[in-house]
Design a protein around this ligand. Structure first.
Ligand code: HAM
Length: 413
């Protein structure tokens, strides 16, 4: 059987030890931090009606148009979630009033049918938060501060926060008209996609990666220049609040973000270790209308896979978080093994990490396993020790050894 029979699908990965220890550290610290900020965990299904994503992310966005895993098993077309905000808001919309002022977080796999490359996967994982509530620059600043604290809690340094605004909803038309008029003279020089985007969704021209399109974008006024005074003042207030918290951001009017639900503040965090796919995290304020009423909120999501690449560049590796310590039980003979099984259960019930060889193996083979397990102590018992009611306890770091009774071992555990 060819070895790739056992590989996961392209763009997807098995996450195994030791790497998993880095994931667990990140998840544990995220949960602890979010709890301090009053967020509750939410787990929504992987599958949602396709319309949940079309109506929130926007049906002309790349994610919805090109990257959805969708299918129609019965009446409704359904899709695997490409991000966490839409499903979260679908859930909160069902909670009525309470959903309009909620703080939730999620740690979950997401699916986008993109061309895989370093840092770009088809199944990837996000840790994200959503805080619903009326537009308030302080809420946006607090959300960015939380995201920064999250990266700090992982030990990630050297990331850069870029911020901009999509303006209030009433700015949409003047911004689109202004950009269209400014781009029209250069229409023929734009890439094929952007020639279509001018009329379909002109903001997408601004964040097109094509260098020719970028050159043209550099020559026209930025989207912010077509926005109302209120929208600009809102961005200034977010930046001022961040400044007073000592959080450095760079205002980049060319930052658009690829999803249509955003209003007012948008931001992205990048890291130089990531190369072409340098966005580590993204967020912003949004208004999402799945029912009659739009739900306002602000949130962010950090990509785990990209955060791990950045952490590794900072010298933070999975091995540092692998379980260490505890004990390993070595049994010489059947009777000792039976007694050690009992002892193992008692130690484990006390929460002690405890390994034991269940097959009859030589002392040397058992010691090798003990060593590999990273156990701090090895407890050795044979017939003689059983007779005396003791065990030899070897301290692996110090290389010392002493005889202790089982009561003493359990007491010290
Ligand atoms: P996003 O910018 O599309 O925003 O994704 C957030 C992060 O997910 C990215 O910065 C990146 O780290 C990671 N990511 C996205 N696509 C991939 C991929 N194909 N492979 C690996 N990592 C990827 C959102 O998803 C919004 N829901 C964020 C948000 C929450 N805005 C408001 N609330």
């Amino acid at each position: 059987m060819a070895s790739n029979e056992f590989q996961p699908l392209q763009g997807m990965s098995d996450i195994q030890a030791p790497e998993i220890y880095l994931w667990r550290m990140m998840e544990e610290r995220a949960r602890a931090l979010f709890t301090c900020y009053g967020y509750e965990e939410l787990r929504t299904p992987v599958l949602e009606k396709l319309s949940v994503f079309q109506r929130s992310l926007g049906d002309t966005t790349d994610v919805v148009k090109k990257e959805m895993y969708s299918f129609k098993p019965s009446k409704h077309e359904i899709a695997m979630r490409p991000e966490g905000t839409a499903g979260t808001i679908r859930h909160l919309a069902g909670r009525g009033e309470e959903g309009l002022n909620a703080r939730v977080f999620y740690i979950a796999p997401m699916f986008r049918y993109e061309r895989p490359q370093a840092g770009r996967k088809r199944q990837f994982h996000q840790v994200g938060v959503e805080a619903t509530g009326e537009a308030n620059p302080l809420a946006d600043a607090e959300c960015i501060a939380l995201q920064k604290s999250l990266l700090d809690s992982w030990g990630l340094t050297g990331s850069k926060i870029q911020i901009s605004t999509r303006g209030e909803p009433s700015d949409r038309k003047p911004v689109a008209d202004g950009l269209r008029d400014a781009l029209r003279p250069f229409e023929q020089e734009l890439c094929e996609d952007c020639q279509r985007r001018i009329d379909e969704n002109v903001l997408r021209v601004i964040d097109c990666k094509n260098p020719d399109c970028q050159q043209i974008v550099d020559r026209i006024p930025s989207a912010i220049e077509f926005m109302s005074e209120t929208s600009r003042a809102y961005l200034d207030q977010v930046v001022a609040a961040l400044d007073s918290m000592g959080i450095e951001v760079v205002v980049n009017p060319k930052l658009i973000r690829g999803l249509d639900y955003y209003v007012h503040t948008v931001w992205e965090i990048s890291h130089s270790a990531l190369g072409a796919q340098d966005a580590l995290a993204g967020g912003g304020r949004y208004e999402i209308a799945l029912g009659k009423k739009a739900i306002p909120g602000v949130g962010f999501a950090v990509g785990f896979e990209r955060a791990i690449m950045a952490l590794e560049a900072c010298g933070i590796t999975a091995g540092q978080f692998a379980p260490q310590g505890g004990v390993w039980l070595v049994s010489l003979g059947e009777a000792a093994l039976a007694e050690n099984m009992k002892l193992a259960a008692e130690l484990r019930a006390k929460g002690v990490r405890c390994g034991i060889e269940l097959a009859a193996k030589s002392m040397k083979a058992q010691m090798r396993k003990a060593d590999r397990s990273g156990a701090g102590k090895v407890i050795i018992r044979g017939d003689q020790e059983l007779e005396k009611g003791i065990a030899q306890v070897k301290n692996m770091a110090e290389g010392t050894q002493q005889d202790l009774t089982i009561e003493e071992i359990l007491r010290d555990a």
